[in-house]
Design a protein around this ligand. Sequence first.
Ligand SMILES: O=c1ccn([C@@H]2O[C@H](COP(=O)(O)OP(=O)(O)O[C@H]3O[C@H](CO)[C@@H](O)[C@H](O)[C@H]3O)[C@@H](O)[C@H]2O)c(=O)[nH]1
Ligand SMILES: O=P(O)(O)OC[C@H]1O[C@](O)(CO)[C@@H](O)[C@@H]1O
Length: 689
Amino acid sequence: MAGNEWINGYLEAILDSGGGAGAIEEHKPAPSMNLRETGDFNPTRYFVEEVVTGVDETDLHRTWIKVVATRNTRERSSRLENMCWRIWHLTRKKKQLEWEELQRSANRRWERELGRRDATEDMSEDLSEGEKGDGLGDLVQSETPRKRFQRNLSNLEVWSDDKKEKKLYIVLVSLHGLVRGDNMELGRDSDTGGQVKYVVELARALARMPGVYRVDLLTRQISSAEVDWSYGEPTEMLTAGPEDDGGNEVGESSGAYIVRIPFGPRDKYILKELLWPYIQEFVDGALTHILNMSKALGEQIGGGQPVWPYVIHGHYADAGDSAALLSGALNVPMVLTGHSLGRNKLEQLLKQGRQSKEDINSTYKIMRRIEGEELSLDAAELVITSTRQEIDEQWGLYDGFDVKLERVLRARARRGVNCHGRYMPRMVVIPPGMDFSSVVVQEEAPEVDGELATLISSVDDSSPKAIPAIWSEVMRFLTNPHKPMILALSRPDPKKNITTLLKAFGECRPLRELANLTLIMGNRDDIDGMTGGNASVLTTVLKMIDKYDLYGLVAYPKHHRQADVPEIYRLAAKTKGVFINPALVEPFGLTLIEAAAHGLPMVATKNGGPVDIHRALNNGLLVDPHDQQAIADALLKLVSEKNLWSDCRNNGWKNIHLFSWPEHCRTYLTRVAACRMRHPQWQTDTPRG
Ligand SMILES: O=c1ccn([C@@H]2O[C@H](COP(=O)(O)OP(=O)(O)O[C@H]3O[C@H](CO)[C@@H](O)[C@H](O)[C@H]3O)[C@@H](O)[C@H]2O)c(=O)[nH]1
Ligand SMILES: O=P(O)(O)OC[C@H]1O[C@](O)(CO)[C@@H](O)[C@@H]1O
């Protein structure tokens, strides 16, 4: 088409000028005017050069106005051509800018990748020490060095019997709650629960390890009429130390002891939230005890030289704060276990939406607690957690810890690269053990009616099968005790979310018809005598039982002893029931491994440690604790689908052995031995061990 010949001319000019759609064109200088003078002037080429070099879009519109106003056809056509080219040029220029930006961002990404590769090399260099694995689901891959799953703990020497000639002195600190070795009053109040059980069992297990001479568990001396006299005893032996191989006595101080230090109002048992002002007083008392004990041990086993603590291990924010001070004063490595973390609790309570941050702080002194946790992180060489999730999603909330940065810092320190003063503690997953002595040997899944009915109907004192007293205590609430029992067992703390469980049960007719609900909520004489949060939970529970008319379907006994707990699990298992932990957040969940050991499948909160326990045991279902329907559905599924129930029961039994205190202690000592040595008595070239 003749009219469009000019387009061909321009295209040729583009090709000549090296331009082409998408090509990146070198910027060409404008043709000098001498082209005109020399007669080689080519208007098309001129325009192309003119457009490519000179114009921009700002006056494009003015040009358009001129073109529209031009009468002369030829002139108008020329101007139109010019405009087309300018539009084309600007489009190409825009594309060029975009391409250059793409190039720049690709370069930036490549640089970041290079950096990441560096960091990953650092980490993997570090990970080769067995830090891989994402939690209890990899428990078989966890720090606990088990034969079949021996980790590549490259530069760590696993603690073994050849350490038996060492005579280590270990100090554990757990300040709050009622701490004693036997008949613990777990669940009596919000401060006496899993941590108390954990530290007592840890102290006993450590004292039984080769090379450990003495373990002191420091706590608060409570001489109050409100509590049993045993909590006022200055010292309580938990276990005597092991005989040494030669059968010789190992000294009267060997073994594990609770040592009670007086601090705070002498005649009062006060809540953990009110202990913060007295931490320094505890530290003073603890320091005096440790100095005296180190001297005494020095006389016994140290050849006259003081035997300083091998490690000071704080449990929970308050004891972590204290251990940090003691560690600094004694120049002894500090280890921390959180048990339950303030930032996580705050997050979940805010999500529940019942209290403002100010109210939460007023009730729980949560900001002082978080400050104690941050101080502990700064001082700790090592943080022992129960699950991988606790590291990633709970400690990861803290200023003093970042998963990736910690590994990079450690790798840099190992390579002698400056860390600019940044330091973070190592995190290691060592799941707690449990005391299996209370677990009855695995029985075949009994026929419910056959076994339990026989037991109940023949009960009398003479009967060889007299049922445990606690069974009667529970069953007296129930119209039909043969129905599958849904069991919840926890301190009656608001964060345990018992009321949502009760609502789910009360509003689910099939569940009410198919199962009973048993709530073990600590021990109580009088609800009015309970602390605030616990009293409100109990009051709400009673009101909800009335509201939903759950009489005969829900058991809520006032008292039980520690020795009753295994029997309670057994009763629920005999009815083919289910254990539930609906907590808003559960850092670990000792009750879940206890229930599994007793053959009970679980329904548990998906917030916290239960995720990793489930991955290790595969013995139940996880739920959103804020979703009442999900809780009801999961319970209904497990109590109604008998094959699923049996599979979960057997899965729990299959792997529960992974939660063993001896294995825990072996890993514990292996990791502590690798901490930075600080004290002259440990002055050796290699990590202590
Ligand atoms: O009425 C009760 C209530 C509890 N318990 C026992 O007390 C312990 C409770 O431990 P857990 O279920 O773990 O809850 P907490 O008391 O909240 O323990 C804190 O500390 C534990 C140890 O670190 C962690 O597992 C928890 O996640 C953490 O919240 C278990 O052994 C229970 O058997 C009773 O015997 N009777
Ligand atoms: O509910 P909180 O305030 O996080 O505290 C958890 C409590 O449970 C315990 O296990 C009770 O022993 C302690 O860790 C702590 O007193």
